[in-house]
Write a protein that binds this ligand. Structure first.
Ligand code: FAD
Ligand code: NAD
Length: 475
C-alpha cells in the first residue's frame, strides 16, 4: 500500500529535520526519512551536525579548552591546581551524552509537531514517489508525496593514495572518538575541521602537524585575520605547514607513514594517527533513480535554482547536498524557506550575510566580503579596526588577543564585511549580521550604545574607527 504525505523529507540533519518541523507547523502532513543510527543502535536524528559534526566537536573543544586553561592560564589568576589530569573516556562520554540529549530532542520535536519519523533509507523515484527501506529488515514501503525535500548532506572527501582504515587513518568521526591523545597526530588540510579537531588533541597533549596544500593559510578568511590566526596558532604549538601536498599515506605496523611534497621536494613523516580533513562532498549515493528527474551539477551537487527547486517538479533540495557553504545554519534556513514556499508563502535567503565561525581559541568569525574580495571587485571601501587588547573586558578576562575589522563602502558607508578574531567572536558576529541584513552603515553601529565593559565595545570602536574617531586607540 502507498502512504500519502504532503511532504516527504529525505535526510534528518539540520536541513531536513528543520524543514520537516516547519512544514508540519504549517499544517502539511510530513514524514522524514533518516538512516542514521546512534551509538545505542537506535535512530539518531540531527545528521552530521548533531552526531559527528558541529555539536560533538564543540563539546570536545570546550572540554579541551578548560584543560588547557587549567594548565596554562589559571596560575595568572592566582589559581593553582596540582596534579591536574584529563580522563579522555569521561570527556568522550560527556560529549556522547550531549549528542544523545540533542538527537533525542529532535525526535521529541517530531512527536510534538506530528512529523512521522522513519528510520531507514529513502530513494527518490519518478513522480515524487519515495521508496523507504526501513532498518531492521522490515519490508520496503512506497510513499507518495506532493513535495519531496532532499537533504542528504555530505561525507568526507578521500584523496588518492590515502585510504581511510578508521583506526590509524581517520576522518571527523574517528577524530571525535579517540580513546587517548595520540603522541603524534598528523592532519591533512588546515581548513575548518583540521584546525578545530587539531586544536582539541593538541590541547590534550598531542604533537599536531597540519599539512596544507595551499601556499596561503585560511585563504577564504580576510588576509589580516588569517595572518593573526596563523601567528597565534603557532604560539599555541600547532605546527601548520603550508604548501605541503600529501602524496600518499600507508599504515606500517602501528604508525602512519606519509609522503609529503613541498618546495624542497618529497619527504616522509610518521604519525600515530592521521586525520584527513580535505573537505566534504555531497552525499547522493543510492538517493536518486535514473528516471526521478533530478540533475546533478558538475561538482556532484544536486542542481537547484535560487528557490532550492531541483529540475524535477515538486522536488526541492537543501543543505550540504546543494550549492553554497556547507554550514548547519545555512542548511536550516534553506529548510525553513522551502517549507514556507511549499505552503505558498514568500521566502528568501540572503547568502551574502551567512556568517562563518571557526571555533578555535581565539575564535574566528566573519560575515560579508573580505578586503581582498573588495580589492578584486574594484569596490572603494573604508577600513576600521580595534584590538581586544584595548578593551577593559578583554584585559579583565585575561583573554585579549585578536581584533575586529570592519569594511564599509567608501561613499555610502554601508557595511560590506566584518571580520573578528578574538574572545567571543562567534557571538559578537551576530550584531554585525543583523546590521548588514538591514543594510546598515558603520555610522549606525557607531551610534548604538554598547554596554561597558563588554567585548562588544570592540565592534563599536571598530565602527567608530571607520571614520577615524575611535576613542580608545590612535586613529
Ligand atoms: P547532514 O547533517 O549531513 O544530514 C544528512 C542526513 O541525511 C544524515 O543523517 C544522513 O544519514 C541522511 N541521509 C543521507 N542520505 C539518505 C538517504 N538516502 N536516506 C535516508 N537518510 C539519508 N557547520 C556549522 O554551521 N557549524 C559548525 O560548528 C560545524 N562544525 C562541523 C564539524 C564537523 C567535524 C563537521 C564534519 C561538520 C561541521 N559543520 C558545521 C557542517 C555541518 O555539520 C553541515 O553543514 C550540516 O550538518 C549540513 O546539514 P544537512 O542537513 O545538509 O546534512
Ligand atoms: P575545508 O575546505 O575547510 O579545508 C580543507 C583543506 O584541505 C583546504 O585548506 C585544502 O586546501 C586542503 N587540502 C585539500 N587537499 C589536500 C591535500 N592533498 N594535501 C593537503 N591539504 C589539502 O574542509 P574541512 O576542514 O574538511 O571541512 C569541510 C566543511 O565542513 C567546511 O568547509 C565547512 O563547510 C564545514 N565545517 C564547518 C565548521 C564550522 O562552521 N565551524 C566546522 C567544521 C566543518
Amino acid at each position: 500500500m502507498t502512504e500519502k504525505y504532503d511532504v516527504v523529507v529525505i535526510g534528518g540533519g539540520p536541513g531536513g529535520y528543520v524543514a520537516a518541523i516547519r512544514a508540519a507547523q504549517l499544517g502539511l502532513s510530513t514524514a522524514c526519512i533518516d538512516m542514521n543510527t546512534g551509538k545505542d543502535g537506535k535512530a539518531a536524528l540531527g545528521g552530521t551536525c548533531l552526531n559527528v559534526g558541529c555539536i560533538p566537536s564543540k563539546a570536545l573543544l570546550d572540554s579541551s579548552k578548560h584543560y588547557h586553561h587549567l594548565q596554562h592560564d589559571y596560575a595568572a589568576h592566582g589559581i593553582n591546581v596540582e596534579g591536574a589530569s584529563i580522563d579522555i573516556n569521561t570527556m568522550i562520554a560527556r560529549k556522547d551524552s550531549v549528542v544523545k540529549k540533542l538527537t533525542g530532542g529532535v525526535s521529541q520535536l517530531f512527536k510534538a509537531n506530528k512529523v512521522k519519523q522513519l528510520h531507514g533509507r529513502g530513494r527518490l523515484l519518478a513522480n515524487r514517489q519515495v521508496e523507504f527501506t526501513p532498518h531492521a529488515g522490515k519490508e520496503t514501503v512506497l510513499l507518495q508525496a506532493d513535495n519531496v525535500i532532499l537533504a542528504a548532506g555530505s561525507v568526507p572527501i578521500a584523496i588518492p593514495n590515502v585510504e581511510y582504515d578508521n583506526k590509524y587513518i581517520i576522518d571527523n568521526v574517528g577524530a571525535l572518538d579517540l580513546t587517548e591523545a595520540p603522541e603524534r597526530l598528523g592532519v591533512i588540510g588546515a581548513g575548518v575541521i583540521g584546525l578545530e579537531l587539531g586544536s582539541v588533541w593538541q590541547r590534550l597533549g598531542s604533537e599536531v602537524i597540519l599539512l596544507e596544500a595551499l601556499p596561503d593559510f585560511l585563504a577564504t578568511a580576510d588576509a589580516d585575520i588569517a595572518k593573526q590566526a596563523g601567528r597565534l596558532f603557532k604560539q599555541q604549538g600547532l605546527d601548520i605547514r603550508l604548501g605541503s601536498m600529501v602524496k600518499s599515506a600507508r599504515v606500517v605496523d602501528t604508525e602512519v607513514q606519509v609522503t609529503v611534497q613541498d618546495k624542497n621536494g618529497e619527504s616522509e613523516l610518521s604519525f600515530d594517527r592521521l586525520l584527513v580533513a580535505v573537505g566534504r562532498k555531497p552525499y547522493t549515493d543510492g538517493l536518486l533513480t535514473d528516471d526521478c528527474g533530478v540533475k546533478l551539477n558538475e561538482r556532484g551537487q544536486i542542481d537547484v535554482n535560487d528557490k532550492s527547486q531541483t529540475s524535477a517538479d515538486g522536488v526541492w533540495a537543501v543543505g550540504d547536498c546543494v550549492r553554497g557553504p556547507m554550514l548547519a545554519h545555512k542548511a536550516s534556513e534553506e529548510g525553513i524557506a522551502v517549507a514556507e514556499l511549499i505552503a505558498g508563502k514568500a521566502a528568501h535567503i540572503h547568502f551574502d550575510t551567512v556568517p562563518w565561525v571557526i571555533y578555535t581559541d581565539p575564535e574566528i568569525a566573519w560575515v560579508g566580503k573580505t578586503e581582498q574580495q573588495l580589492k578584486e571587485e574594484g569596490v572603494a571601501y573604508k577600513v576600521g579596526s580595534f584590538p581586544f587588547a584595548a578593551t577593559g573586558r578583554g584585559l579583565a578576562m585575561g583573554d585579549a588577543a585578536g581584533m575586529v575589522k570592519m569594511l564599509a563602502d567608501e561613499e555610502t558607508d554601508e557595511i560590506l564585511g566584518v571580520h573578528i578574531i578574538g574572545p567571543g567572536a562567534s557571538e559578537l558576529i551576530a550584531e554585525c549580521v543583523v546590521t548588514m541584513e538591514f543594510r546598515g552603515a558603520s555610522e549606525d553601529l557607531a551610534c548604538i550604545v554598547h554596554a561597558h565593559p563588554t567585548l562588544s565595545e570592540a565592534v563599536h570602536e571598530a565602527a567608530l574607527h571607520v571614520d577615524r574617531r575611535a576613542i580608545h586607540r590612535g586613529n
